[in-house]
Write a protein that binds this ligand. Structure first.
Ligand SMILES: Nc1ncnc2c1ncn2[C@@H]1O[C@H](COP(=O)(O)OP(=O)(O)OP(=O)(O)O)[C@@H](O)[C@H]1O
Length: 118
């Protein structure tokens, strides 16, 4: 149990340090606060919350993995290299894909609440 708690503490440190260092991570966290506040105000259904929570987790996890890839690339290849560029751009692409998906899900969930009969 102590080992598990230690692992959770290390993981939480990772989330905190990424949030402190990465502007994108802070933007995602601000979006989480805004979206969840809107969800409470609009009284989302259980299934709508399910979709919103899943895409939020997906975006935050993708951003954290992107940060981890950036750190590893900077450590392994401080000099310019095509593979370093490919690794960073691919990881950034994963974040972009997750973010676009979350915007589409957000539109599907929230537009009917904002514009009834849409
Ligand atoms: N070692 C490298 N070799 C080749 N290209 C690199 C290398 N490091 C970064 N790049 C290229 O430069 C771009 C900018 O990288 P950089 O790490 O400065 O910022 P970023 O990927 O935009 O992430 P962030 O701004 O969140 O730190 C990358 O998308 C990549 O295409």
């Amino acid at each position: 149990m102590r080992r598990f708690l230690r692992s959770v503490a290390f993981a939480w440190n990772g989330v905190r340090s990424a949030s402190a260092a990465q502007a994108n991570m802070r933007i995602h966290l601000a979006a989480v606060i805004i979206v969840n506040t809107a969800g409470l105000l609009f009284g989302l259904s259980r299934m709508e919350w399910l979709a919103v929570v899943i895409v939020q987790g997906m975006v935050l996890a993708a951003e954290l993995l992107n940060t981890a890839v950036e750190h590893l690339v900077d450590l392994a290849s401080p000099q310019q290299h095509p593979l370093a560029k490919a690794a960073k751009d691919t990881a950034a692409g994963a974040v972009l894909l997750a973010a676009v998906t979350s915007v589409v899900v957000g539109l599907i969930v929230f537009v009917p609440h904002i514009i009834p009969n849409s």
